[in-house]
Design a protein around this ligand. Structure first.
Ligand code: SAM
Length: 224
């Protein structure tokens, strides 16, 4: 059963503008993403996000974070959540696409991984406070609108990993108003320790084949 809060749902409906992977207008947001994840050929990177992998490697090398609890927001068909689970994180994946979540569940079963898949609207989800060691937000810029709630949900010493399109990105993807502006993520995490920040032209996982403006951030919540 779909459990989307009306406010979050109404919000989500306006949050993604027409994208190259959008197939036809007039469909609901979950249905639109169901089509993306149900397509016979994926038009996005199906391997785990490369920046997330780099972050985990660095966190391990520096002994900043041992595998603990992780949550992947708007995690789609689980390419990143599965990878986190494989690395020993007790991982929760939330998304509104039932098809995406079903794919993630099937992959978890095939790979003998425990993965907690929740069909949930990220604007309404109860993240708790000081609950997660790692929170990842990969290619869903609009969620920056709830960044303070997300920061509160992370344990002291825990981290947030973000990658998304920057303000010079053109073409399909999130609405222009949610493209990360210069310094916007740095400002949002000014009270955390920013361990890594990148702003440049790279191939985005959701706009394959050419370079675009991508912003990446790894930030660690200070311990009191
Ligand atoms: C561009 S995809 C990114 C998926 C995944 N993070 C990745 O990089 O593979 C955006 C995702 O946001 C999800 N989504 C859109 N609105 C949402 C909402 N309100 N709550 C939770 N997930 C949402 C879509 O279903 C889709 O999986």
């Amino acid at each position: 059963m779909r459990k989307l809060a009306l406010t979050g749902w109404a919000c989500a409906m306006t949050l993604f503008a027409a994208a190259p992977w959008q197939q036809g207008g007039g469909v609901s947001e979950p249905a639109r993403w169901d089509k993306v994840f149900g397509a016979s050929e994926a038009r996005y990177r199906t391997e785990p996000n490369e920046f997330l992998q780099r972050c985990l490697q660095r966190l391990a090398e520096e002994r900043w974070l041992a595998p603990g609890s992780a949550i992947d927001l708007a995690g789609g068909d689980g390419r990143n959540a599965l990878w986190l689970a494989e690395r020993g994180f007790a991982t929760t994946l939330i998304d509104i696409s039932k098809v995406g979540l079903d794919k993630a569940r099937a992959a978890a079963t095939a790979r003998k991984l425990a993965l907690d898949c929740r069909e949930a609207d990220l604007y309404a989800f109860d993240y708790g406070v000081g609950r997660w060691d790692l929170l990842s937000l990969i290619y869903f810029n609009p969620a920056l609108s709830i960044v303070e709630k997300l920061k509160a949900a992370v344990k002291p010493g825990g981290v947030i990993v973000i990658e998304g399109q920057g303000s010079e990105h053109e073409g399909g993807g999130p609405p222009k108003s949610t493209l990360y502006k210069p310094g916007q993520l740095l400002q949002a995490f000014a009270d955390w320790r920013v361990l890594h920040y990148e702003d440049g032209r790279f191939e985005s996982d959701w706009n394959l084949g050419s370079r675009t403006h991508v912003v990446r951030l790894l930030a660690r919540k200070p311990k009191p």
